[in-house]
Structure formats: C-alpha cells, structure tokens
Design a binder for this molecule. Structure first.
Ligand SMILES: Nc1ncnc2c1ncn2[C@@H]1O[C@H](COP(=O)(O)OP(=O)(O)OP(=O)(O)O)[C@@H](O)[C@H]1O
Length: 371
C-alpha cells in the first residue's frame, strides 16, 4: 500500500433504501496499520457502510476506496482485504476443512493455506466437524479463517465478537493486536464501545447513519476528560490559582478535596506549586467511555421507562366499544379505548398509522371480536 494512502476511506457515503436513510453523507478514514473500531447502536448503518466499502451495496451517493481504489478495481481483492460480514454463510453439511478448501480454491491459494488459517483461529481440532454442529463462536472463527485465506493486508469484521464467550473475546483481541502489529489494518464493528475499548486504537462512531466522532481513543478519553480529585494544603487558594490560569471547573467536595476538570495532574501540580499550595494526592476519575458513547448516540431509540400496564379505567372513547345492551355488565379487562401507540423517538414514534393498530390479543377481544 502506498505510504500516506488510508487503508480504507469513505467519502460522503450515502445509502437510501426507499424512503429510509440508512447512511447519510458519511466520511471517515481508516489509517493503514490501525485497529479502528466502527461503533454505533443497532440500525446506525454500520453493516450497510461495510457492505458499501466492499462493493456489495451500491451507494446512492459518495464512494469508498480500499488501499486507494474502489473495491471493484482491486486486481486481487482477497489478497488485499478479507471480510467477515456474516458468520452464517458456510454450507452446513461441509466440514471445517472442506469449507476452507473450497474457498481457498475459489481465490487461488493452495490447500495448505486452509490448514494454516484453521490452526490460526483455533479450529484444528474441529477440522472434520460439520458446520451444522458448530457453535456460534466456532462459526465466527470459521468466518475469520475464511477471511484470512488470502493473507490480506486489511481485515473488515462486522460484529466478530457476537457469540464469543469471554475467553473467545480475549483471544480475538490478542489476534487482532498480533495481526496489526506487523503493519496490517483492521476495521471492526460493534454496537458496544466497551467491547472494543481494549482492542482498538482509533474509533469511528456513527449514529443514524451519520458521523458522530472519528479519532484516536486517547483523544476521545481526553475530550471527555474525567475529574482529578486533589487533596491539598489549601483547596480555596488552589481553586483561585487554577481559575487565574483559565481552569475554572473546580469544585470543593464535602471531604475537602478539590474536583478539577479540564487539566491533567502535572498541570494542576505546577499551578499548585507556583501558588505555594502543597498537593498531598491527586486521583483521576475513570472515564466511562460507554457512557460517553451512549450520550453521543442517544436518541436513536429512546424508549420510555417500562411501567406496569394499568387496568383500563378511562371513560370509553366515543363509540368504542359499542354501548353494551342495558343490564350488561362489562367483563374485567374489556378494553374501553383503542390500544395506545408507543411514544418516544423510535422510528415508529407518533404511533401506529391510523387503521393499523396491532390486532388485540386473544384474551382482549376488540370491536367485533368474540365476547
Ligand atoms: N436491504 C435493506 N432494505 C431496507 N432497509 C434496510 C436494508 N438494509 C438496512 N436497512 C435499514 O438501514 C438502517 C441501517 O441498517 P444497518 O443494518 O446498516 O445498521 P447496523 O448499524 O449494522 O445495525 P445492527 O447493529 O443492528 O446490524 C436500518 O434502519 C435498516 O433497517
């Protein structure tokens, strides 16, 4: 790959499925040699984007390059980029090794490469096992092995941790580090930042098909810098000295410590020293990156808190249900109002379109239903 050329680049990528905007004007870069996380909530457009990068979905607008050229122009794509988009693609009646040999032949690599990648992902002991009997974790490993057949420079992995147990996740982390340590590139998606936090050096965060953040993990942590709790000889003097340096977010805690945001420990130490304040201790708060991520991506699916259903007690809506005959005692639980549509900002917010109420459950007969 030419120096300076990003391993992967998306430029104003846009994809509409009918009226649905899956991806909107999304631009980001994956530098060569990085392990970049591609993170967003369910439905944020991650899979659609990865499929556009790999030429499997045609963008409505924009374009993407792999090693500097569109995927379709790669002369030996399997040697440049390996992808795991869906671990369910393997034929259930094939054995592990047969599956890999079929794919090895398809991309023109020798059979022994199938044995190599099988060992690399820890499936050698299951070589003769049929895919149908594989666990979800084994299928993920097999999909990864398939992607590695061409010994690619770039790996694109869509939610590879799905179905892996903690041991499998730790293994995957180590594998990705080893893979990238020789200058190769990984783009790996997840709907949980926490899942990737220890694996990736860089992150692209998307929400509703648009870019929310791209940059180094360290930068993300620094941006949402946690507080430093300072124990000192004179917290008030320290707060004043910090304010004089433009560090104004400092709060006195009930235990006498000063909680300072927006300055690292060495800076606080230097300010304290110049103000003649002795610092006895400084503890940095841990940044909860998952909380940062949730805040950045909030609103895609904002649900109302669950409340137990209430018995129907409201006055009947006009004409619903039809007035019972005189002397008729309504059954407990008989609905007196049309079902209430959900509120919130889920795509169905605003409720079911008129006339499309879901059918009432069998024990809640609606109008015209059994009595
Ligand atoms: N073939 C399609 N036809 C219509 N809509 C689609 C299609 N593929 C995706 N979408 C819609 O595009 C949006 C983005 O979907 P996508 O699968 O790319 O998101 P995602 O971030 O990968 O989500 P998840 O983590 O749940 O897989 C969703 O609203 C989805 O319903």
């Amino acid at each position: 790959m030419n120096a300076g050329v990003p391993a992967i680049e998306a430029v104003a990528l846009t994809k509409q499925f009918g009226a649905a905007h899956a991806v909107s004007n999304l631009s980001f870069q994956v530098p060569a040699g990085s392990i970049t996380g591609f993170v967003g909530p369910n439905g944020a457009g991650k899979t659609t984007t990865l499929r556009m990068l790999l030429g499997l979905v045609t963008p409505t607008a924009g374009y993407a390059t792999i090693a500097g050229v569109p995927f379709g122009q790669l002369r030996q794509p399997a040697r440049v980029v390996g992808a795991v988009l869906d671990s369910r693609g393997a034929h259930p009646k094939r054995s592990t090794i047969d599956h890999l040999r079929v794919y090895a032949a398809a991309i023109g690599v020798p059979d022994h490469r199938a044995d190599e990648v099988m060992a690399m992902v820890g499936l050698a002991s299951a070589a003769r096992q049929k895919v149908a009997t594989h666990s979800l974790g084994m299928r993920q490993r097999l999909a990864l092995a398939t992607a590695l057949l061409g010994d690619p420079q770039i790996l694109v992995l869509d939610e590879p941790a799905n179905g892996l147990d903690p041991e499998g996740m730790a293994w995957l982390r180590e594998f990705l580090h080893a893979y990238a340590s020789v200058g190769r590139t990984v783009l790996v998606s997840s709907h949980l930042l926490r899942e990737l936090e220890q694996s990736v050096t860089r992150v692209v965060i998307v929400n509703r098909g648009t870019l929310v953040y791209q940059g180094d993990m360290e930068e993300l942590r620094a941006r949402h810098s946690a507080r430093v709790f300072v124990t000192s000889s004179d917290p008030s003097a320290l707060a004043l000295a910090l304010a004089a340096q433009g560090i104004v977010d400092a709060q006195m805690m009930t235990d006498g410590r000063l909680a300072v945001r927006g300055a690292p420990v060495p800076t606080i130490g230097a300010v304290a020293e110049s103000a003649g304040v002795t610092v006895f201790g400084a503890d940095t708060e841990n940044v909860d990156l998952e909380q940062v991520f949730l805040t950045m991506t909030s609103g895609q699916y904002t649900a109302q808190p669950f409340t137990a259903p209430q018995p129907f007690q409201q006055a009947p809506a006009p004409g619903y249900p039809p007035a019972p005959p005189p002397g008729y005692a309504p059954q407990a639980g008989y609905p007196t109002q049309p079902p209430q549509a959900p509120t919130g900002t889920h795509p169905t917010a605003g409720g079911y379109p008129p006339g499309t109420y879901p059918p009432p459950p069998a024990d809640r007969p609606g109008p015209g239903g059994p009595r």
